[in-house]
Design a protein around this ligand. Structure first.
Ligand code: ADP
Ligand code: ADP
Length: 222
């Protein structure tokens, strides 16, 4: 059974100006532990697709299943990373990662420390977001999303706001995370190099309405 299965997914936005079909006839099957990138022109429906899988938008036609269950609301089984880190400025790194869980719980403490090492932020547990670079802040967001071991990590152009050097470092960190815990990843980008470097398979989308053009397996001898 695939971890994630999208069958005949259609999405239309109704606005006062009329309706826009954002996604049409999407079929996609993702195995546990896979790393997929989704690439396509601006407006082809990449964000819409990710939000539906995250349970942030339940107003769709078709069938979206995570581990056999229909997706209709957000939950701890789906981690989400936005383009901006969205940290709480008044909380330290470790408290941002722990979110609503208490660091005085030994299990939470251990997990947070492990994640801080995983995203290479040793020494910054007590720092505040304003003391971090953009890449570091995004690593905090990744750690926070991983805290409850989601079945899938959904990343919507997470490195889009970063400079080229930081971006390639972040790609390395994300690869490391994936090698370590094999979390299933669905990563949206419009950078073709990034799509190829990171993924097992690249999903290429067509614009308007968004359809899947091709799914390309990546098998490069790095
Ligand atoms: P991408 O992430 O690939 O740039 P989006 O998923 O953001 O594309 O958008 C897909 C299409 O749906 C676009 O035509 C966009 O204008 C439209 N769209 C996205 N969100 C909304 C919304 N909340 N209301 C109306 N139309 C929307
Ligand atoms: P504690 O150590 O008890 O967890 P924190 O200082 O970490 O206390 O803050 C706990 C909560 O207080 C935060 O999650 C937030 O809801 C609220 N809070 C603290 N500072 C602010 C602020 N500047 N603006 C809004 N809410 C705040």
């Amino acid at each position: 059974l695939p971890l994630l299965e999208l069958t005949d997914l259609h999405k239309t936005f109704e606005t006062p100006k009329g309706s826009t079909q954002a996604l049409k006839q999407i079929r996609l099957s993702v195995k546990e532990g896979e790393f997929l990138t989704v690439i396509g022109p601006s407006g082809c429906g990449k964000s819409t697709l990710l939000k539906i899988i995250a349970g942030l938008d339940a107003d769709y036609e078709g069938d979206v299943r995570l581990d056999g269950e229909r997706v209709e609301k957000p939950g701890i089984d789906k981690g989400f990373i936005f383009q901006e880190p969205r940290l709480f400025p008044w909380l330290t790194v470790e408290k941002n990662i722990a979110a609503d869980l208490s660091l005085s719980d030994a299990t939470v403490r251990r997990k947070v420390d492990e994640l801080i090492r995983l995203v290479r932020l040793e020494g910054f547990a007590k720092s505040y977001p304003r003391e971090l670079s953009g890449g570091m802040a995004q690593r905090v967001a990744i750690a926070r999303a991983l805290l409850r071991s989601p079945k899938v990590l959904l990343l919507d152009e997470p490195f889009g706001a970063l400079d080229a050097f930081t971006r390639s470092h972040m790609q390395e960190v994300l690869q490391d995370i994936w090698q370590t815990n094999r979390t299933t990843m669905l990563f949206v980008t419009h950078d073709i190099d990034e799509a190829i470097v990171l993924a097992d398979r690249v999903v290429i989308m067509n614009a308007r309405p968004g359809t899947i053009r091709k799914i390309v397996p990546i098998d490069l001898p790095f």
